[in-house]
Write a protein that binds this ligand. Structure first.
Ligand SMILES: Nc1nc2c(c(=O)[nH]1)N[C@H]1C(S)=C(S)[C@@H](COP(=O)(O)O)O[C@H]1N2
Ligand SMILES: [Mo]
Length: 501
């Protein structure tokens, strides 16, 4: 193979820089939304490489999205550079090259994103970078000496790319996970419950309080759907006498409630942190299904605006909520705005975000994750986490959270000798139960039915030892000791930790 000449390297560099400008141009035009070319391209890569990426969006945890984004970035810039290269090779003259780039780069962007606006943004930015590379400026050295033409071309295309990136940065100010949460204080009724949660939290270093400081996210898409209440509604479909559609304000007219609920992803490692608790506002699913006249039926599939779908037995929805509020504020974009499902006691994946359709079915089917080898539609497994350890002299304090879905936690047991003997840990007070949303003076209905508790245990120790923890649920059933990984149906075993006082 011949080594590429320096002119070829320069053209490739100009192509990549035009690609960077195109990506930035699409971002500037489409914003941080699924219309952004990176979103569509990442979804293509994800679906084309299921073994590598799709399965691992969950099993690789934090690493999966950056990996997907990096792979997509390389492929996308390569494709843009190739198209720009074509224009450079077969088209003469700066203006014609820029126009050809506009067409080719814009065309590819349109195919990938389906957004005309985004395609225009990408095409124009790419064309400007190509035009800049071909312009007879000399931005190089102030000394009077001429910059070599290759370097000049790269510098000028780079300048255009940097300008496009800087302009697009204005569209990226707010992360989606918290976007849509007003900076105002939470609703007063919610504030009262949140402070009750605060008071009941055990103060443990390295462990969240009862209402999590930051709530984990698991998303199949690299860029979350962006839905205003105006361009969204909910349809009850499938085996119903007639399809029924609800707008957000229609849903909000039903009797609504506010409750603490914990979510845990089936891909949460035994002592992982993909488990969190928030205070949610919404309408019972049963209200909406009754209103729609949905008949009794075996199964239901929930569909999200990101093409996510999850299917499970209909009775799992009993007691479930369609939520539009989180911690006294509107549901943030990253957690499914404007509406998500909360399914009591089941793994996180049943809690469909950006919910668009509730499909009543007579036959079961596999959902997005089940098609990829997971079994995450069942009830959560009981777990006690050990996230906090403090050692002061010979005094050791350990603690964390415990969760058993709707069975609740009745005790957490701690062993400080590797499992030979056991003591009961101190538990936090349970969180308050659900309250009606529009009552004057809402009284919590008992205890939260599907939320974690915190635990702590303090003891004296002078030599190395192993701490083991296990939870007992509200039925008196002890957390399973058998070790299993997260895939396919959730981690089991007891958390163990070596401590050296
Ligand atoms: N539409 C949609 N809903 C979804 C998902 C998704 O990718 N898309 N992820 C699911 C998974 S695997 C989990 S664990 C929970 C996580 O909810 P959170 O991101 O609000 O924590 O949402 C579930 N609902
Ligand atoms: Mo999940």
């Amino acid at each position: 193979m011949n080594r590429p000449s320096s002119a070829q390297l320069v053209e490739a560099g100009v192509g990549v820089l035009a690609g960077v400008a195109a990506v930035a141009g699409s971002l500037l035009a489409a914003g941080d939304s699924p219309a952004f070319v990176g979103a569509g391209a990442a979804a293509l890569v994800r679906d084309a490489a299921p073994a590598f990426v799709a399965v691992n969006v969950r099993s690789l945890g934090e690493l999966a999205q950056p990996l997907l984004v990096a792979t997509t970035g390389v492929l996308l810039l390569g494709a843009y550079a190739a198209l720009t290269g074509l224009a450079g090779r077969y088209v003469e003259g700066t203006r014609n090259r820029a126009l050809a780039t506009l067409g080719l780069v814009g065309g590819l962007t349109l195919v990938l994103s389906g957004s005309l606006l985004g395609a225009l943004g990408a095409g124009i930015a790419g064309a400007l970078a190509v035009a800049a590379a071909n312009a007879t400026l000399d931005l190089g050295r102030p000394t009077g000496r001429e910059t070599p033409p290759g370097r000049r071309r790269l510098l000028q295309a780079g300048g255009a790319a940097v300008a496009a990136l800087a302009a697009s940065a204005i569209r990226l100010r707010e992360p989606a996970s918290t976007e849509g949460t007003a900076r105002e204080p939470p609703d007063p009724g919610a504030a009262e419950l949140l402070s009750a949660a605060d008071e009941r939290s055990l103060s443990l270093p390295d462990a969240d309080p009862l209402v999590s400081d930051g709530f984990y996210t698991v998303d199949i898409a690299s860029v979350d759907p962006k839905l205003g209440p105006g361009d969204w509604d909910l349809t009850v479909t499938g085996e119903v006498p007639e399809e029924r559609t609800f707008t957000l304000s229609e849903l909000q007219e039903f009797d609504a409630e506010r409750r603490f609920v914990t979510l845990r992803c089936v891909s949460d490692p035994l002592n992982g942190t993909k488990i969190d608790t928030a205070l949610w506002d919404g309408v019972p699913v049963s209200t909406v299904l009754d209103e729609a006249g949905a008949p009794e039926s075996c199964c239901v599939t929930l569909h999200g605006a990101d093409d996510y779908f999850v299917s499970f037995p209909r009775e799992a929805l009993d007691g479930g909520l369609l939520a539009w509020g989180m911690n006294g504020r509107p549901l943030p974009r990253g957690h499914g705005a404007p509406l998500r499902t909360l399914v009591p006691g089941h793994w996180g994946e049943t809690n469909a975000k950006w919910l668009t359709d509730i499909e009543i079915r007579t036959e079961p089917e596999d959902g997005y994750w089940e098609q990829r080898g997971w079994e995450g539609t069942g009830e959560v497994k009981t777990v006690a986490k050990l996230h906090s350890t403090t050692v002061e002299g010979s005094t050791v304090r350990v603690g964390g959270h415990a969760y058993a879905g709707t069975d609740g936690i009745s005790a957490v047991e701690v062993s400080t000798d590797g499992g030979d003997s056991w003591t009961e840990a101190t538990l936090s007070e349970p969180l308050p139960g659900a309250v009606p949303l529009d009552a004057e003076e809402p009284e919590p209905d008992g205890e939260a039915a599907d939320a974690w508790r915190m635990w702590e245990h303090e003891y004296e120790a002078s030599s190395d030892h192993e701490v083991v923890v296990r939870a007992i649920d509200g039925n008196g059933d002890r957390q399973s000791e058998a070790q299993a990984g997260t895939r396919p149906s959730g981690a089991t075993g007891w958390v163990r930790k070596s401590i050296e006082p």
